[in-house]
Write a protein that binds this ligand. Sequence first.
Ligand code: ADP
Length: 214
Amino acid sequence: MLWQSMKKQGLFITFEGIDGCGKSTQVRKAACFLEEKKIPILVTREPGGTPIAEKIRDIILSPDHDSMTNRCELLLYLASRAQHVQEKMRPALEKGVTVLCDRFQEATFAYQGFGRGFLLSTVNQLNQFSTNGLKPSRTYIFDISIECAFSRMKKMVKVPDRIEKSSKELYQKILEGYLKLASNEPSRIKIIDGEESIGSIYNKICDDLSVLFA
Ligand code: ADP
């Protein structure tokens, strides 16, 4: 019992960047790397990650919801996160499980803050409420040009969702936002060149993970 309560918290690691930057590919590869090392992990994503949060995801991303207001969008992302954190992420971390999440708070700062133009202080306050203070201990931001991201997305068979239909101008603001966030917190947030090969990015992430888990 005492041992259980003293058990070390899992690490919380997030993968961020604009659509098509390659983060989902690297989440899968990082998960295999940690599994091989017998580190208990939970792989999840945002928006979504639990049945309720996935329903909110469907509402946010549906291409039919063109009339969604920016305020509604921001609050839905945070509603989804509140459910995800409390139901799934915090319990896992408390059990010592490492959580790998495809997007989290940096996406909200980049898309809704820098992209949609909400004050970062407002986004931060709402995010704090939704997460009850949970923050990633490591974040990888994949830096990739808008042209490269669009060309990758064009090659994918999937129908673009409401956010993926955004203009290049909006994506440019989001990308710049992500890089600004990284420059504000260089010890927690690592910028990865998303235009390198999948293997070379994987090696860099593995090197960093090896240090984190040493
Ligand atoms: P995201 O989750 O960031 O939207 P994905 O990981 O789904 O991006 O990758 C988008 C597309 O780009 C996929 O077809 C994937 O195979 C490809 N891709 C991912 N990483 C790279 C890379 N480093 N170089 C070239 N193509 C990549």
